[in-house]
Design a binder for this molecule. Structure first.
Ligand code: PLP
Ligand code: TYF
Length: 397
């Protein structure tokens, strides 16, 4: 019956992670998978999360099915974080927001919704991007194209090439944009570039789909939402997929959201209805536990402040690792330029290391990076920094 089912080659990032786990060498270092680790190389349990969860467990509630669109309290807090407490679009009730299974679930529900209502549109993703973008939008039935983004020669975004390409995209097509902390390169647009892009998107009638999986890891919670808020202020209809996996360190609870910013409240009502239908067809309704923790934190001013403080400290730790790696590499290889490390933001950097150099790091030093040269700066620690710097300095020609 199933003889025609071919072997699944596996996801490159998750397969690399499995290879790392199976590696028996002492001192192995995993800078492959995109997770934030604390300075003890552990996934953190944030204090605000632990406090909210402890309180929840003291009065265990019933576990009803949530509405298809998710928990109202959670959706309200998500909207505040993404669009700002003073958002005019929120006040006008023209944003439809659903709780989703992580950022991935938001992309999938958004993809299904778009395929139903914009069946002829094509999707444009940046080159490079998080691989799952192509898989999710392709899986939703879209033709997926790439627009130029990162230039190895510039060690940064080639904004002119990006604009030129998007200037030729047909009206009504969907453009996927990383709102902050670009995965995999760490290279983001400046505020001025976002403004220029917003003008082009509005003039050409493109439909932006923002993916924000790292809010708070770039410059701050509000700063990292700049692009989204600017596009909304410019009156551009758009979608936003958000994730709490990283900024609450709640990966396995699958907490995310999908928001669609519409022209007016009646449109938003209909759009929310169709998001419910898309959820119903996929998994009926989202889970309760993670959403309860997150809304308990965000609704409580003391816990909210504690969470923000912890998130700021995580961002500070990543920045310290960036600067530490930069300083050590410069000292070891004064002949080379490592400015990209301090120009890039968020959890990742594109090192420009070749596949051969990445393999050498893995085979000779048990240091794991993605073969694209992406390094997860957020997994470096004070204890591993010098080892990693020395190994990289050695493999570079
Ligand atoms: N979008 C981007 C750009 C990501 O890097 C990730 C996770 O790594 C996601 C979405 C998915 O997030 P989640 O784990 O919440 O599904
Ligand atoms: O490292 C990355 O870019 C991500 C990590 O279900 C990841 O791909 C792993 C599993 C998953 C979602 C994201």
């Amino acid at each position: 019956m199933f003889e025609h089912v071919e072997t699944y080659p596996g996801d490159p990032i998750l397969t690399l992670n499995e290879t790392f786990i199976a590696d028996t060498r002492a001192g192995k270092i995993n800078l492959g998978i995109g997770v934030y680790l604390n300075d003890a190389s552990k996934l953190p349990v944030m204090r605000a999360v632990a406090e909210a969860e402890t309180a929840l467990l003291q009065s265990p509630g019933v576990r009803p099915y949530l509405p298809m669109e998710g928990a109202p309290a959670y959706r309200k807090q998500v909207q505040r974080l993404l669009f700002g407490a003073d958002s005019a679009a929120l006040a006008a009730k023209r944003i439809a927001t659903a709780q989703t299974l992580g950022g991935s679930g938001a992309l999938k529900v958004g993809g299904d919704f778009l395929k139903s209502y914009f069946p002829k549109a094509q999707v444009w993703i940046c080159d490079p991007t998080w691989d799952n973008h192509r898989a999710i939008f392709g899986g939703a039935g879209f033709t997926v194209n790439a627009y130029p983004y990162y230039s190895a020669a510039l060690q940064h975004v080639d904004f002119d090439a990006m604009l030129a390409a998007l200037g030729k995209v047909p009206a009504g097509d969907i453009v996927v944009l990383h709102a902050c902390c670009h995965n995999p390169t760490g290279a983001d647009l400046s505020e001025q570039q976002w403004r220029t892009l917003a003008t082009l998107v509005r003039e050409r009638g493109l439909l932006p789909f923002f993916d924000i999986a790292y809010q708070g890891f770039g410059a701050g919670l509000d700063e990292d939402a700049f692009a989204i808020r600017h596009f909304v202020a410019e009156g551009i209809p758009l979608l936003v997929a958000s994730s709490f996996s990283k900024n609450f360190s709640l990966y396995g609870e699958r907490c995310g959201s999908l928001s669609i910013v519409c022209d007016n409240a009646p449109e938003a009502d209909n759009v929310l209805g169709q998001l419910k239908a898309a959820v119903r067809r996929n998994y009926s309704n989202p889970p309760t536990h993670g959403a309860r923790i997150i809304s308990a934190v965000l609704e409580n001013p003391a816990l909210d402040a504690e969470w923000t403080g912890e998130l700021n400290a995580m961002r500070g730790r990543i920045q310290a690792m960036r600067e530490g790696l930069y300083a050590q590499l410069r000292a070891l290889r004064p002949d080379r330029n490592f400015d990209y490390l301090i120009k890039q933001t968020g959890m990742f950097s594109y090192t420009g290391l070749t596949v051969a150099q990445v393999r050498k790091l893995r085979e000779e030093s048990a240091i794991y990076l993605l073969e694209s040269g992406r390094i997860c700066i957020a997994a470096l620690t004070q204890a591993t920094l010098s080892t990693v710097a020395a190994a990289i300095a050695k493999v570079i020609d």
